[in-house]
Design a binder for this molecule. Structure first.
Ligand code: AMP
Length: 220
């Protein structure tokens, strides 16, 4: 199963991708996590990406597209993958479609997690993430069992630098301008599946597994 997760920052892409990855046994590939890991390790890519990330802007396509397409060629991707945070603009979406088509392949779904801006801002104001495995928590309800320690991997749970309110608004603007149009692109390819991401987490997840368990069923 090959999935693209679309949706605003904070719509729940990372949370649901982690869960789907565990349940379906396919890797969760988050470009944001890859950039953050590079930043932590002080790589050249990390240093180049940092200034864009700090401003809430997209990292240039030339640093992003090949990185993802190479990742998809690795062994653990043979049975599928879940892309979270890629593609982020039309150029990236078309590059992915073309690379897959060159192998006679295509994605199964571009799942569009629908959450309105007001709810996004509310969620992001309390979001904390594990800087080791990327799992999200929230001061508005879902906190780790031990303060500051990830339930899943024991890593440190922190507030992301780009989750500060000013940067969140910038990222939302970038989302509306550059990323949201991709939904229409995938709709045109008959791949978009719209899922209500504003429901309680378990209810949204049930919609996702209902959709993926019924690949030939009707969805919109
Ligand atoms: P995320 O964790 O998906 O919210 O991504 C955090 C930041 O990483 C974004 O605000 C961008 O600066 C950068 N980023 C992540 N994915 C991409 C992508 N596909 N294209 C360009 N920049 C990206």
């Amino acid at each position: 199963m090959k999935l693209v997760l679309l949706g605003a920052p904070g719509a729940g892409k990372g949370t649901h991708a982690t869960h789907l990855s565990d349940d379906y046994g396919i890797p969760h590939i988050s470009t944001g996590d890859i950039f953050r890991a590079n930043l932590r390790n002080g790589t050249e890519l990390g240093l180049k990406a940092k200034s864009y990330m700090d401003q809430g802007l997209l990292v240039p396509d030339e640093l992003t597209v090949d990185l993802v397409l190479d990742r998809l060629k690795q062994d653990d991707c043979k049975n599928g993958w879940i892309l979270d945070g890629f593609p982020r603009n039309l150029f990236q979406a078309e590059a992915l479609t073309k690379a897959l088509a060159d192998e006679g392949d295509e994605i199964d779904y571009a799942i569009n997690l629908i959450v309105d801006d007001q709810e996004i801002v509310r969620r992001m104001s309390g979001r904390l993430v594990c800087s080791s495995c990327g799992v999200s928590y929230n001061t508005n309800g879902l906190m780790p069992k031990v303060d500051g320690v990830c339930d899943r991997c024991g890593g440190p749970v922190v507030r992301r630098a780009d989750d500060e309110p000013e940067t969140v608004l910038k990222r939302l603007n970038v989302y509306h301008e550059q990323t949201e149009p991709i939904a229409a692109y995938y709709r045109g390819l008959g791949k978009e599946a719209r899922v209500d991401g504003a429901l309680p987490k378990d209810e949204t997840y049930a919609l996702l597994t209902g959709l993926l368990g019924d690949k030939d069923g009707c969805h919109n």
